[in-house]
Design a protein around this ligand. Structure first.
Ligand code: SF4
Length: 258
């Protein structure tokens, strides 16, 4: 997508919008050229639940590394049945066995950044070339890299608009929503896994530990690289681009009495 078309003035305005209003605006703005990226953590489940209340033709994709827990694949099936969406499974160029033949066994134990590049980032780059915008389930308080996320922003790494509707939510808000709305979630969360990725790189954590400390537990790595907005281009400061020509859209769910 051409950056000049993305309406940067909206970035500051959208910060005051609730998640459902951000989604509603984004779906109207980008139509079928927007999709939700989800690894089916509780945040991703909140987005799918909110989005499918707005529209029945929501697009959801996942970067299926072939290394998810069986519980995650089970949850994906449940999502498809409950919400009537067909999850778009984006796969790496190499199967796990082909990767092993080319790079050696268990690349995630030796070069996890390379493994994430092959199994997540390159597939995501391929997928995003087909879209004008993508929706992510990140929260600002998850990592220092995510702390500066905006609800609507230009993704300089992948050259399209990125929508982060719940970036200002806390974990408590996410779980309140999940419980209140009976949203399905990965059963591993009840077994000590607050953050779940590929099975080889995810360990359970102790109560009180950093929720993401079970990810790449033997490495300093904290991100797979999907949400690092780094190309030398800084994000716009919300105060620099205020043009309040668009007011907050009406809360669609509330207006429906839900
Ligand atoms: S999370 Fe682990 S197994 Fe999955 S792509 Fe990254 S390094 Fe590979």
């Amino acid at each position: 997508m051409n950056k000049r078309r993305w309406m940067p003035s909206l970035q500051a305005t959208a910060e005051s919008w609730p998640a459902v209003a951000v989604l509603d605006w984004a779906f109207k703005r980008f139509g079928r050229r927007i999709a939700i990226a989800s690894g089916f953590g509780p945040e991703g489940m909140v987005l799918v639940d909110l989005a499918t209340r707005l529209r029945s033709d929501v697009r959801v994709f996942t970067l299926d590394t072939g290394l998810f827990f069986s519980e995650t694949y089970g949850l994906m099936s449940e999502v498809e049945q409950r919400y009537g969406v067909k999850i778009e499974r984006v796969q790496p160029a190499l199967t796990v066995l082909e990767q092993e033949a080319e790079y050696g066994a268990a690349l995630w134990e030796t070069l996890p950044d390379r493994c994430c590049q092959l199994r997540k980032i390159e597939p995501l780059r391929r997928k995003l070339l087909t879209l004008d915008a993508w929706v992510a389930a990140i929260r600002r308080d998850q990592t220092t890299d995510r702390a500066h996320a905006h609800k609507v922003e230009w993704d300089a790494k992948f050259s399209l608009v990125k929508i982060n509707p719940i970036c200002d939510w806390t974990s408590g808000m996410v779980w309140d929503y999940v419980v209140s709305n009976n949203v399905p979630y990965n059963p591993l969360h009840d077994r000590g896994y607050p953050s779940i990725g590929c099975a080889p790189c995810t360990k359970p954590v102790q109560i009180g530990d950093d929720p993401r400390s079970g990810r790449w537990a033997n490495f300093s790595k904290t991100e797979c690289g999907l949400h690092l907005n780094r190309t030398g281009e800084t994000r716009l400061n919300p105060t620099e681009e205020i043009r309040r020509s668009e007011s907050c859209p009406q809360h669609p769910l509330r207006s429906n009495g839900r």
